[in-house]
Ligand binder design. Structure first.
Ligand code: GAL
Length: 383
């Protein structure tokens, strides 16, 4: 029986998008404290994950991974304990190759001893990157290998594959024991990056995600606002909404990437939005699919509608305006949603938290440029 460590998409915080190589014990503890203080822990953001460049230059004489003593003077175990004491879970990073993407010591050929080390430190979540894999070595095999090592480590550890989608990990990740797998290369804090990662090629992988095996669209850039380690031209508030709404509709794991100590009230409100998180965490675990006929109509290409069936029989839909022009009305017909036109639905505007009344046949909503409307459609007594 496979374990069910990730029955819902894992939520948390990861150091990379803000701190990059400058990660250390203080910023990790302060991020954990901020999760508690802002209420985001209560919203479900439980994993505090240290990404690359936590490692010392070499293994111990016994062959174990060890932390950079300047950055983590107490080592990793005591830090994990502190995180646990805050009601949170602890995550860390290694790489399937000989060295990480930032050229630190990694786990190739050391999978079993490293899995044991991580288990001994109290690790609950392990991200495994894909740089510096020796030529000719089969990538999926390495993830199978680490999956086995983790299962034999004596601790339940969520396994996060970061293979960037190159060998379609949605097809083999589950069998390898991965609970989530990245679908693309790295996210940046900019509109083009949101479009590339969140909207292109969704059809390739959406069908494969679900409970205990999630399509990971990469860490969030909400609140980065051009700073941090992945700052680009940065997103507007509406663009962050598009990003977060689509990650929720896709049932992607949500790993906050911003500096929570400095995040604005608006950013915290978006990250903790109960209605959007309910869509993300729905037990059915379906990744939203783009509905017909938008696929085929060239003038609809930038006005996509995504549909996510929910466990309670309702539908969550995202009506996106990816164009440069505000739209007064974007309408969706019941038939394109796979619904009978005479069936009435009670509709709510999820982001605004407002009821929109009962509708038959179709619904139209205004959506500004680079923004989104997220609706829930609840069936009411039949026609
Ligand atoms: C990349 C990975 C990023 C980050 C970085 C660290 O390969 O996709 O998410 O982990 O390596 O070096």
């Amino acid at each position: 029986m496979p374990n069910m460590l990730a029955a819902r998409p894992p939520l948390g915080w990861n150091s990379w998008n803000t701190f990059g190589a400058d990660v250390n014990e203080t910023v990790v503890l302060e991020a954990a404290e901020a999760l508690v203080r802002t209420g985001l822990r209560e919203s479900g953001y439980l994993y505090v994950v240290i990404d690359d460049v936590w490692q010392a230059d070499t293994r111990t004489t016994g062959g174990e991974l060890q932390a950079d003593p300047d950055k983590f003077p107490r080592g990793i175990g005591p830090l994990a304990q502190d995180i646990h004491a805050m009601g949170l879970q602890f995550g860390i990073y290694t790489c399937a190759g000989t060295h990480t993407c930032a050229d630190r010591v990694a786990s190739y050929g050391h999978e079993w001893e490293d899995a044991r080390t991580f288990a001994g430190w109290g690790v609950d979540f392990l991200k495994v990157d894909f740089c510096n894999v020796p030529p000719g070595v089969d990538g999926p095999m390495l993830y199978h290998r680490m999956g086995q090592a983790l299962r034999e480590s004596g601790r339940e550890i969520v396994f996060s594959a970061c293979e960037w989608g190159i060998q379609q990990p949605w097809k083999w990740g589950r069998a390898a024991g991965c609970h989530l797998w990245r679908t693309t290369g790295d996210i940046g804090d900019g509109w083009e990056s949101i479009l590339r990662i969140g909207f292109r090629n969704v059809a390739d992988w959406a069908a494969y995600g679900g409970p205990n095996g999630w399509n990971d669209l990469d860490m969030l850039v909400v609140g980065i606002r051009g700073g941090g380690n992945v700052g680009q031209d940065h997103c507007t508030d509406a663009e962050y909404r598009v990003h977060f709404a689509q990650w929720c509709l896709q049932a992607s794991p949500l790993m906050i990437g911003c500096d929570l100590r400095q995040a604005t009230a608006g950013d915290i409100a978006l990250l903790g939005h109960a209605g959007l998180l309910e869509i993300n965490q729905d037990p059915l675990g379906v990744s939203a699919r783009r509905i017909a006929p938008a696929e085929d109509l060239w003038d609809w290409a930038d006005l996509p509608v995504y549909r996510k069936p929910m466990a309670d029989g309702s539908l969550a839909i995202g009506i996106f305006n990816l164009t440069e022009r505000d739209r007064k009305f974007l309408s969706v017909a019941w038939e394109t949603l796979g619904l009978r036109p005479d069936q009435p639905y009670r509709v709510t505007d999820v982001i605004a938290g407002q009821p929109l009344g009962t509708h038959r046949g179709s619904i139209a909503v205004p959506v500004a440029a680079h923004d989104v409307a997220v609706l829930r459609l609840f069936p009411v007594a039949g026609p």
